[in-house]
Write a protein that binds this ligand. Structure first.
Ligand SMILES: [Cu+2]
Length: 494
């Protein structure tokens, strides 16, 4: 269905011909790039990140202008440990303001790297993060209001690993770059010269920036040599807008062991997995049979409905095909062959503890045009085009939308409009009580910070991190063009 040939024809034909290197069967391909691992404990608890311009060749020999954190594109994998204090130094060598948001890391809002913590060009930001949460895969990315989509698209993102020793005790694969692999999934629009194309108008504005080319850790259709045994993939969807619908070409079962907030109670065998922008899943894949295995994605069918949405959807890229090929070594035996039967019991959260319910409507199109709510209506969000908002209101850095108290437990009833939206809340790990009136699928039943919603959902959350009017937490759609367009709100816990 999604053969390599079709992928090349569908998404890369022009570039491939010009590159002259992709005749089927002749191209050894690109090795999967493995970002540098920076472990805070090996750096005396101090980690430096420099946001700067770079050059990165998505298509070999055709460098594109990019951004990166201490790298030409993307950034190092940063490993931190529960109980430690880590001093970050984030330097901005770009010609415009940026931020570094620690997505999925529970820290006070004044250290969270949201839009209120803009680092001006030439500036340096030094947050000290106290790491206090269970083992998980998080990430970091820039988050300046109105420019997040463009900056992340250019490369300002990286993976972050929080460790507390549980994975080691469970005997999970943990040799970085060997049987523990960072897998950063993105799509990019490349022109005939291999350069990045970005726009935020028309259909892109409405449905988010999508691309004609699938990339993994910045490489097109790379391969990874893996040991014959269990390999752990830390999957991150760092695309601006598209969902990936993952499966192996041979239909093999893989086991989901963790989501955004950490481990699930037990591994869940699956043959396909949808991962929305900013979600993370850790999966175990068994390569003991020694056969080459191809990870691929179906095209993304999350497009706008109604009001000309169908016509606009037809103008959008929706690429499916090969993401990454795994080639097991015949000589290399893996350290791990056994999938644990159980992992970590879920932290029980009792809906009875909730002291209030809030309604959150993710609005675009008619809901915004009608001007529901004060300050909504035709007011423009960031960028060009019709406004987007939450509860009828375009995001405003000076307005606090919700003000729960520290320690409160609440249920948020979140309703998506016009299309599915990946909803993200800063400063909490929440539990999904229901989606469309039903309990969530078991791989979505653990701690989450982002959930893809095509139907109304109930999210249960307890506020443990301080947030003030000067430094509030964000909640928003993680389709970055929706966020930049105003589909974002903010809350305090003072
Ligand atoms: Cu959205």
């Amino acid at each position: 269905m999604f053969t390599r040939r079709r992928f090349l024809e569908g998404s890369l034909g022009a570039v491939a011909v010009m590159g002259g290197c992709t005749a089927e069967g002749q191209n050894a391909g690109t090795p999967l790039p493995i970002p540098e691992l920076v472990d805070a404990r090996k750096q005396n608890g101090a980690i430096a990140l420099v946001a700067a311009d770079g050059e990165h060749a998505f298509v070999p020999g055709r460098p594109a202008r990019t951004y990166g954190f201490s790298a030409p594109y993307l950034g190092p994998v940063v490993r931190v440990h529960k109980g430690d204090e880590v001093e970050f130094t984030v330097e901005n060598r770009l010609d415009r303001g940026t931020t570094a948001h620690w997505h999925g890391v529970l820290v006070p809002a004044a250290l969270d790297g949201g839009p209120h913590l803009l680092i001006p060009p030439g500036g340096i930001w030094r947050p000290v993060l106290k790491i206090d949460q269970p083992e998980t895969t998080a990430w970091y990315h820039s988050h300046p209001h109105g420019d997040t989509g463009r900056q992340v698209y250019r490369g300002l993102a990286g993976l972050m690993i929080v460790e507390d020793g549980v994975g080691e005790r469970l005997g999970l694969p943990r040799t970085y770059g060997i049987d523990d692999l960072p897998i950063i999934l993105q799509d990019r629009q490349l022109d005939a010269e291999g350069a990045l194309v970005y726009n935020n108008v028309g259909p892109t504005r409405m449905m988010g920036m999508r691309g004609n080319t699938l990339v993994v850790n910045g490489a097109i259709s790379p391969f990874a040599k893996v040991p014959r045994g269990l390999v752990r993939l830390r999957l991150l969807n760092a695309a601006n807008a598209r969902n990936f619908d993952l499966r192996f070409a041979d239909g093999r079962t893989f086991h989901v062991i963790a989501s955004d907030g950490g481990y699930l109670p037990a591994p869940i065998g699956m043959t396909s997995l949808i991962i929305a922008p900013s979600e993370r899943f850790e999966v175990l894949v068994d390569f003991s049979d020694g056969k080459v295995a191809v990870l691929e994605t179906a095209p993304d069918d999350n497009m706008m409905r109604g009001m000309g949405g169908g016509m606009m959807a037809g103008m959008m890229e929706s690429v499916g095909g090969e993401l990454l090929r795994f080639e097991p070594h015949s000589a290399s035996a893996a350290a791990t062959h056994t999938i644990p039967k159980t992992l970590v019991a879920l932290a029980t959260s009792d809906p009875e503890r909730a002291i209030r319910r809030r309604r959150v409507s993710l609005d675009m199109g008619p809901a915004m045009m009608r001007g529901q709510g004060a300050g909504g209506g035709m007011r423009m969000g960031g960028g060009m085009g019709p406004p987007m908002g939450i509860n009828g209101q375009v995001y405003d850095m000076g307005r606090i939308d919700f003000a729960p108290k520290l320690g409160d437990t609440e249920i948020w009833e979140v309703t998506p409009n016009m299309m599915a939206h990946p909803f993200h809340v800063h400063g909490v790990i929440f539990n999904v009580l229901s989606i469309g009136g039903k309990a969530p699928a078991s791989h979505l039943a653990g701690g989450k910070d982002t959930i893809l919603l095509n139907e109304p959902a109930e999210l249960l959350m307890t506020f443990t991190q301080p947030a003030t009017p000067n430094f509030p937490f964000m909640f928003h759609c993680h389709i970055l063009e929706h966020e930049d367009g105003g589909m974002m709100g903010q809350y305090t816990t003072a």
